[in-house]
Design a protein around this ligand. Structure first.
Ligand SMILES: [Zn+2]
Length: 274
């Protein structure tokens, strides 16, 4: 059987596995026809606070009002929101002082309480159904980047972490954004050549050191990015160390340019909290 690039383990028989995460994944596979029957078993809940809601894959009104979506004005390079409009193409102090290797980064939301609950449910509690709303918001926030992109590439997990988590959250997001927009998706272009320590609790420079040289373009996939404009996908952007290291690997591997699209980014005082 060809290994599924998103799932490290095959899906279990949903009827034999009464565990909520797996049941929800099974529900995702059943599609719209099976959704209403499925909802009788597991009524839809808010993706952040887990309170009952009317429709699946949604936030309740209270959580939705507390989710901080990022809209213009923002830094043309890093996508950091500005409190007032500095004009088209304005750059943040961070982008001027320390220009990143990628061209542009965009995020759908600020990584605050609601976004954190959505991401952690997705990543650590197997709520892979969150991918649908997250990808829709990312496609909206990254529309300009998607218009220019030739191929979507997810930030890869090391195979040991993929085996433990069973899926790569960035690959699920990339596949769904590809499905929504028609931009090509290739999860096998970039891989992580060494396991890295969790970035949680590390300072910015420690994060840079931790992921430096950790990524490489798979040699036989080089033609797939040669002179192509790559859109790199991840779930959260904190210090940027991971996407910078991934971008450098893609550019060394022959990509023409790299943009970055994430679901949520840390802004201002929150830097370094995950
Ligand atoms: Zn809620």
């Amino acid at each position: 059987m060809t290994p599924d690039p998103f799932l490290a383990a095959p899906l279990a028989d949903p009827l034999a596995a009464p565990e909520p995460g797996r049941l929800r994944r099974a529900g995702a596979i059943m599609g719209a026809a099976g959704r209403s029957l499925f909802d009788l078993v597991l009524p839809p809940v808010c993706m952040a606070c887990r309170q009952p809601v009317a429709v699946a894959d949604a936030l309740c009104a209270r959580c939705w009002s507390r989710l901080t979506l990022i809209d213009k004005p923002y830094c043309a390079r890093l996508g950091i929101p500005f409190s007032y409009d500095l004009g088209e193409g304005a750059l943040s102090a961070e982008a001027i002082a320390d220009p990143p290797p990628f061209d542009r980064a965009r995020a759908a939301a600020v990584f605050d309480d609601v976004a954190r609950d959505v991401v952690h449910g997705f990543k650590y509690r197997d709520h892979t159904e969150h991918v649908r709303l997250m990808a829709r918001l990312m496609a909206r926030a990254g529309q300009e980047l998607l218009d220019d992109a030739d191929v979507i590439v997810p930030v890869p997990l090391h195979r040991w972490r993929l085996w433990r988590r069973r899926f790569n959250q960035a690959a699920l997001l990339g596949a769904e954004i590809s499905r929504l927009t028609g931009v090509a998706f290739d999860p096998l272009i970039l891989h992580r050549i060494r396991a890295t320590q969790h970035q949680v609790g590390l300072t910015g420079s420690e994060r840079d050191r931790n992921v430096r040289g950790a990524f490489r373009v798979t040699p036989d996939r080089r033609p797939a990015i040669a002179d192509r404009r790559v859109l790199l996908i991840d779930d959260v952007l904190t210090s940027g160390a991971t996407v910078k290291a991934s971008t450098r690997a893609l550019l060394r591997g022959g990509a023409q340019s790299v943009d970055v699209l994430v679901f949520a980014r840390v802004v201002g005082k929150e830097t370094g909290i995950i």
